[in-house]
Write a protein that binds this ligand. Sequence first.
Ligand code: ADP
Ligand code: NA
Length: 328
Amino acid sequence: AARPRVLSGIQPTADSFQIGNYVGAIRQWVELQSTHETFYSIVDLHAITVEHDPEVLRRRTRVAAAQLLALGIDPQRSTLFVQSQVPAHTQLSWVLECLTGFGEASRMTQFKDKSAKGGVDRSSVGLFTYPILQAADILAYQANLVPVGEDQRQHLELSRNLAQRFNSRFGRTLTVPEPYILKETAKIYDLTQPTAKMSKSAPAGSLDLLADLKVSTKKIRSAVTDTGRDIVFDPEGKPGVSNLLTLLSIFDGRPVGELVDGYAGRGYGDLKKDLAEAFAAFVEPVQAAVAEYLTDPAQLDLILAKGAERARAVADATVSTVYEKVGF
Ligand code: ADP
Ligand code: NA
């Protein structure tokens, strides 16, 4: 039987992924390659919904690709591609925009959050229609499953509604995607403020994949911990220490419970030292592989061009059918 098809994307909006991106997304992308048919996209169209610099975007798109490859996305097993190289995304998006109610789009809470600073009036229309482009990203591939975190649930619901609406108006055409709930989705918290999610947009408390290891070691050493001295896993009462334990468990491979037993009678300094070492051991080979990919941008671009070609074959077929059904 055909493997269920998965689609996921990541924005090239920083010079490095932070470790939460790896733990919460990319780690699962790598695993899904052996059980699913996987399409992974670097969503550069989404990255221009806010003001950007063209050269920076171009660089970040390549760096994102290099990181995905270094972390284990295998271009033989996955279709890895850059969104702007597949015109079907925007072609389908227009049709879906015409099926979306203005009120329906207005209810997307992420637009409200992201536009909060400059205000709605100063936000681009692209930021407003972002979830509809995201629906096109998914529906163009007839994806069965979409790995989603809590923050993306509303957008996936819109994708499902649009697929169902298209199908009931024009006849069965689009696969209605299901959320794929990631197993044991560890959420990683900001090192300086362990109740907030670690994010690219808050660099002070993030652990970045491509940062100088001295910088990362320093960030780990000065991570906010909690009152008391005992090393226990208690995300409510001791969010700082618990976050460090979660991270150590991921890089060290041992379950949190076993780690906690080993720290009986020892202090936060020991935990931080061990985490800095485990993090370095994980990151060093990844950084070396990224550097290698970036020394040969032509080869990297070729990998992405081949991915885009495979992606276009699938997405173009969907757009042809969709256009035919709507009367083009
Ligand atoms: P960022 O906040 O760094 O910009 P994105 O919003 O681009 O991250 O998210 C990219 C992917 O990484 C999403 O699947 C998201 O759920 C995951 N992710 C981001 N930050 C974290 C985190 N702190 N813990 C777990 N997963 C995360
Ligand atoms: Na973000």
